[in-house]
Ligand binder design. Structure first.
Ligand code: ADP
Length: 555
């Protein structure tokens, strides 16, 4: 049992009104490891945030919760929690969509009813002067917390400490949390203490007319990032479609670079989230990670090491940008040991010792943990740089590795213009093809070669690895030739990748990198889907490591 506190979620919660009762309030910031309780008592399509609130109420055995009816999910959460009956106080505050006169009058009424309910539950009475003092104090705090100067605006749906703290740690400039649970700034400033009667209308209009409105408010979707915002991170929660219009508005603006991220409010996909945030920070030149390589532009020899989910690749280059040695090894169980081995092999091929290297840059999923160097750069930036080096005419890079697929638009200098990643599941990645090769009892090489000999189109309708495997098993049972099945699989992967490329506005020349580029059937199917030839440089699998080595050389 927790202490006698009122918990809340939304930035339109009347905290000052509650301060008038001497009530302590705490915002829920849930990031549960799993949704065991919510999966048992709520619909599976409830958004991750809704589920996280239910988990938090259960795990902390909360007694009093105030919700707003800001979206369908919050109404469902209210229904579920009411049915469970574990809370002593549960209220759903009706929240209008704008701060017009009629809406303010309605909201003032709702606040008065809430005050009556809370007075009965808490046994306390309302002191309007205390509420106004809290209002003034809140205004002062908001003014002190406001970030002036260059900053990143984090907007969209609730991200909580998980997203806010991670974002703050990846940028060297402040991140302003303007999501639906973030920055709360009442307006206008109160000048005189209203009596209890005058308090409610004045307070309702100040609360609804917040300076940084939630995007579900009619004024919120159009609110431009504030002056000083050099980038906008738009956070959305899995299964939330509430803010899609607001996102569309932001996309149309194009005056400030925009990154869309999605979480399910659990810490599960923090690794991929970090890569997206780092890549965005790199494109803005606002990354928090150490950058300057030891060579600083004058390196004689440098190395790039790409620690991926499946393979670890290393490249050693000289100042003339010649590849002196390279290695592609399975990452294996230990990413750090795999990286040491790959670098040692590339050095041996180059006839150099570790001490000859002036700089090493690491990239890939394990870039920060393999310990070979202090400087790491995301695989997004490295693949862009590497692809530009291998084919200067490249404008869209398609990288399909073992764990995720990425599409990166680059400019004529190899700088990242925009990128998109698919990493939610194995669908459309190398892992999907690996599993199918196992089902067909073929090696990857055999599967790639056999897929080119197809005769008839076969549709694999499911991209879920488990269901696709059942489809493959049924096709094998009905004597469908393996070549046709493989072609169907290749087309499925190509279709998913082409959709990503179209979403990003990809344009020729398309260059494919990563391990799956060795599967010619996928490359051909992708060229067909995109209506433009997809080029594969011979060093495609080394592309990320080449980009890292170039950056290590100080380019
Ligand atoms: P990561 O960067 O995640 O380690 P890679 O870029 O090494 O991934 O790509 C790994 C994927 O490449 C494998 O999952 C596999 O599907 C594919 N792959 C690797 N070698 C071959 C090959 N010889 N033929 C076809 N596909 C291959």
């Amino acid at each position: 049992m927790t202490e006698n506190k009122l918990y809340y979620v939304c930035k339109y919660t009347p905290l000052e009104l509650l301060a008038g009762f001497g009530t302590a309030c705490e915002r829920l910031d849930p990031a549960p490891a799993s949704f065991d309780c919510a999966d048992e008592c709520a619909h599976p399509n409830l958004c991750g945030y809704g589920k996280a609130v239910i988990e938090e109420v259960e795990a902390r055995q909360l007694r009093a919760l105030l919700l707003t009816d800001c979206c369908d999910v919050m109404r469902r959460v209210y229904d579920v929690l009411k049915a469970r009956g574990t809370l002593d106080f549960l209220c759903l505050l009706p929240l209008p969509h704008s701060a017009g006169a009629a809406e303010c009058a309605l909201f003032a009424d709702a606040l008065e009813r809430l005050a009556e309910q809370w007075a009965v539950f808490s046994g306390r009475s309302f002191d309007a002067q205390a509420a106004v003092r809290a209002w003034e104090a809140g205004r002062r705090e908001a003014a002190e917390a406001a970030v002036g100067g260059p900053h990143i605006c984090l907007t969209g749906a609730h991200g909580g400490a998980l997203v806010r703290d991670l974002a703050a740690s990846r940028f060297c400039i402040p991140v302003s949390d303007e999501t639906c649970t973030g920055r709360r700034e009442l307006t206008p400033r109160v000048t005189a203490v209203p009596d209890a009667q005058a308090f409610f209308p004045a307070y309702a209009s100040a609360l609804l007319g917040q300076a940084r409105p939630c995007m579900r408010m009619l004024s919120g979707g159009n609110s431009a990032p504030e002056e000083g915002a050099v980038g906008v991170i738009f956070h959305t929660v899995k299964f939330c479609d509430y803010y899609s219009f607001a996102y569309h508005d932001l996309r149309q603006r194009e005056e400030v670079p925009l990154l869309k991220i999605e979480t399910d409010c659990t810490p599960q996909s923090t690794g991929q989230l970090r890569t997206r945030l780092d890549a965005f920070a790199e494109t803005l030149g606002a990354g928090a990670a150490k950058r300057a390589p030891a060579g600083g532009g004058s390196a004689r020899y440098a190395a790039g090491v790409d620690s991926g989910s499946t393979s670890t690749d290393a490249v050693v280059m000289d100042a003339q940008r010649r590849i002196l040695g390279s290695a592609i090894l399975p990452t294996g169980a230990g990413a750090a040991a795999g990286a040491e081995r790959a670098l040692a092999q590339a050095l041996a091929q180059a006839g150099l010792a570790r001490s000859d290297l002036d700089a090493v840059i690491t990239t890939g999923y394990g870039r920060e943990t393999i310990g070979l160097s202090d400087s790491s750069v995301t695989e997004i930036t490295c693949h862009a740089r590497g692809a530009h080096f291998l084919r200067p005419t490249a404008r869209t890079v398609i990288d399909i590795g073992g764990q995720d697929s990425k599409v990166i638009r680059i400019d004529e200098n190899g700088a990242v213009r925009n990128f998109i990643m698919n990493d939610k599941c194995a669908a459309g990645t190398g892992r999907f093809l690996d599993m199918m090769a196992r089902t067909l009892e073929l090696s990857l090489e055999e599967m790639s070669a056999l897929g080119l000999q197809w005769q008839h189109e076969v549709n694999i309708s499911s991209m879920c690895t488990v269901f696709a495997e059942s489809e493959v098993v049924s096709l094998v049972a009905s004597n469908t030739p393996a070549a046709d099945i493989i072609h169907g699989l290749n087309r499925a992967v190509a279709g998913k990748t082409a959709a990503l490329a179209r979403r990003l506005g990809g344009e020729p020349e398309y260059v494919m990198t990563g391990g799956v580029a060795q599967n010619e059937g996928v490359v051909r199917a992708l060229s067909e889907k995109l209506g433009s030839e997809v080029r594969v440089p011979p060093e495609a699998q080394l592309c990320g490591a080449i980009g890292a080595a170039l950056i290590a050389l100080g380019e």
